[in-house]
Design a binder for this molecule. Structure first.
Ligand code: GLU
Length: 472
């Protein structure tokens, strides 16, 4: 791979590398690799001074082997068509790896949302949705967007509202987008899902004593020293859950204006609050400033979670990275050249197409909630609780002993939506890690987890085409 390949070419190269280990015909592999539909459009935005700006926008549907297609929408000033194609392709492989029955897609508007008023952002988002709807690039059975870099619940609510206004009376219309606020058909646990998924990925990796030994680490996530890049939705929740549930230590956090470090550990919630109040992550009480944000990636740590944008770990800094494990919370944070250097050093890279799949997994649960028009747990919670009470009462009868009320309320507890979402997400991430690790360890031709992940995805997409009778 040369130093000048584009993001989409990088993804194609990854597919080619894994595909070389299969016997699939070229035609099938071409069909898997290339983007099914690329829709580029431009529309005007009025500024408060009356001037007009024309903004560029895209929606790319990478693979229609399963429908709807699925993937986020990003608002970023530098975004371009190649990037959207790459990200759409990654969505196809990501969904396949975690058995989420969607094809991959991605959308983008080339703006820096910080330069627009709330009113403009609403108009831009609604216009974008309108343009997608005109070309049948959105719908609960067609293509279902979600949040990504620069967008969140607010934009998803505008998208749902616009689509529903254009499709009055359509019962499933609210399933046209995921990542919505709870009051607009969202699901508990979606916001933290990508970060939570990163936690499960790291926890699983650390659970393999043999793999940890090879890295010179002790097994278990507890006490692991972690550097997080990006205090956005992914990085913030990854840090919080690794610290609270994994008992890991967050020794540094990097943001665009700089980074901070404290070997005794940082509390991401306090750091977030500090940044909100002062406008910068720097000068956090008790921490040391790192003026050049990228320098934080080179700190001595056990795990590094890049959770910002693509191309952060490159041939320029890879040799200086000291982390033993990299959990790719962002899409494409490591360039292929950097990966080569890191793998030679023995770093365990948990690839984006698996590590950040928690978001789309819970998006799938939200879509199911929208189509079924009922919150999971609503019908069964009290029945489950009653069953558990009956078991406790039977034990009381058999032993002649009485349980306290406290024990009854702790044990006889029906599962609610949040419990189901976390349980479904945990199972998805754990099962997928085991499978990828088996592919990696079980075949000497598979050099690393990323190749294993692409191989798993290619096989699944190929099977879908074969079972459609399109390819032998
Ligand atoms: N934008 C997220 C991703 O890159 C979520 C996609 C979704 O939920 O559809 O995986």
């Amino acid at each position: 791979m040369t130093a000048h390949t584009s993001f989409f070419e990088n993804v194609i190269n990854y597919v080619d590398r894994a595909a070389a280990l299969t016997n699939h015909p070229k035609g099938l592999l071409d069909q898997i690799k290339h983007c099914n539909s690329v829709y580029h459009f431009e529309f005007p935005v009025r500024h408060p001074d009356g001037s007009i700006e024309v903004v560029k926008a895209w929606r790319v549907e990478h693979s229609h082997h399963k429908l709807p297609t699925k993937g986020g929408i990003r608002y970023a000033p530098e975004v371009n068509e190649d990037e959207v194609k790459a990200l759409a392709a990654l969505m196809t492989y990501k969904c396949a790896i975690v058995d989420v029955p969607f094809g991959g897609a991605k959308g983008a508007i080339q703006i820096d949302p910080r330069n627009y008023t709330l009113d403009q952002l609403e108009r831009i988002t609604r216009r974008y949705t309108h343009e997608l709807a005109k070309k049948n690039f959105i719908g609960p059975g067609v293509d279902v967007p979600a949040p990504d870099y620069g967008t969140g619940e607010r934009e998803m609510a505008w998208i749902a509202d616009t689509y529903m206004a254009m499709n009055p009376g359509h019962l499933d219309a609210i399933g046209c987008v995921t990542g919505k606020p709870l009051s607009q058909g969202g699901i508990r646990g979606r916001k933290e899902a990508t970060g939570r998924g990163c936690f499960y990925a790291l926890r699983e990796a650390c659970a393999h004593a043999e793999d940890m030994k090879a890295l010179g680490l002790s097994p278990g996530i507890a006490g692991k020293r972690i550097v997080v890049q990006g205090l956005g939705n992914v990085g913030y929740h990854a840090a919080k859950i690794c610290r609270e549930e994994g008992h890991a230590i967050i020794i540094a956090i990097a943001e665009r204006e700089g980074a901070i470090t404290n070997p005794n550990g940082l509390n991401e919630t306090d750091v977030f609050q500090h940044r909100k109040e002062t406008g910068s992550i720097l000068n956090f009480p008790g921490a040391t400033n790192i003026e050049n944000s990228l320098d934080a990636l080179e700190l001595d740590c056990d795990a590094l979670i890049p959770a910002a944008l693509e191309n952060q770990i490159t041939a320029d800094n890879a040799a200086r990275i000291q982390a033993k494990i990299i959990v790719e919370g962002a899409n494409g944070p490591t360039t292929p050249e950097a990966e080569e250097i890191l793998l030679k050093k023995g770093v365990l890279i948990i690839p984006d197409i698996y590590a950040n799949a928690g978001g789309v997994t819970v998006s799938y649960f939200e879509w199911l909630k929208n189509l079924s028009h009922v919150r999971v747990g609503r019908l069964g919670k009290r029945a489950e609780e009653a069953n558990e009470r009956r078991i406790l009462q039977a034990v009381e009868l058999l032993t002649g002993q009485k349980f306290t009320d406290d024990i009854f309320t702790k044990v006889a507890k029906g599962s609610d939506e949040q419990d189901f979402v976390n349980s479904g997400l945990e199972d998805t991430m754990v099962v997928a890690y085991q499978r990828l690790r088996e592919i990696w360890k079980g075949d000497s031709r598979v050099p690393d987890l990323r190749t294993a992940a692409f191989l798993d995805a290619i096989e699944k997409v190929a099977r879908a085409y074969a079972e459609l009778g399109i390819f032998p």
